[in-house]
Write a protein that binds this ligand. Structure first.
Ligand SMILES: [Zn+2]
Length: 204
């Protein structure tokens, strides 16, 4: 039985490195993988996935309205696909998550999705919400806050180095994302008085 997997984490947890390593393991054994990455914020014609430690691979882009089941089934009809990988899976639509579930259920191909659980305001992304509801296996990719606790939340720092409290779900450009534990996230977001460490806005 092929399964739909959701590997979720906050930013900079190494999700993409894990994805590329897992795909490489298949290919090393002579098997075929299909890689997808969100095309929502990309201008290039050809997609690629790159990790912070320098791994890279070509990937197909998905955008809202694309039928991923149809694309995978078509490819699978002439070249057997052994595993499908989706990076930036938080940007999938609910329909697309269902399409990927059908890839597992009807084509018998495992689908490994990697993405963020929540945005900088602590809200689920559409793709993450559907994946949390539908995936057969949920796997948390762990990373740590500056305090050493598990980081489950993310703050966005604008070009001025200050924490964004509101705004678009995704900002393109010079914004930096930092992963924090829930306690420090609330402090950085100004929802609770900072009790220990100095925030990003303060002196360093
Ligand atoms: Zn912390």
């Amino acid at each position: 039985m092929a399964k739909l997997y959701f590997h979720y984490a906050t930013m900079n947890a190494g999700k993409t490195t894990m994805l590329l390593q897992a795909s490489y393991n298949y290919r090393e054994r002579g098997m075929t993988t299909m890689l997808f990455v969100a095309g929502h914020y990309r201008k290039e014609e050809v997609g690629y996935i790159s990790s912070r430690i320098g791994l890279e691979a070509d990937a197909e882009m998905f955008r809202d309205g694309d039928d991923l089941y149809a694309r995978i089934a078509e490819h699978h009809a002439h070249t057997t696909v052994h595993c499908v990988f989706v990076d930036e899976a938080q940007f999938l639509t609910e329909d697309q998550v269902w399409q990927l579930a059908r890839v597992a259920d009807r084509l018998g191909i495992p689908v490994m999705c990697y993405g963020l659980r929540t945005d900088f305001q602590g809200n689920l992304f559409s793709g993450s919400q559907a994946l949390l509801a539908l995936a057969d296996e949920l796997r948390e990719v762990r990373t740590i806050c500056r305090c050493g606790r598990k980081a489950t939340m993310v703050v966005r720092l604008g070009p001025d180095g200050k924490v964004a409290k509101k705004g678009e779900q995704v900002a393109i450009g010079k914004d930096v994302y930092v992963s924090l534990c829930r306690r420090h996230w609330e402090e950085e977001m100004g929802r609770w008085r900072a009790e220990d460490l100095v925030g990003f806005a303060g002196p360093r």
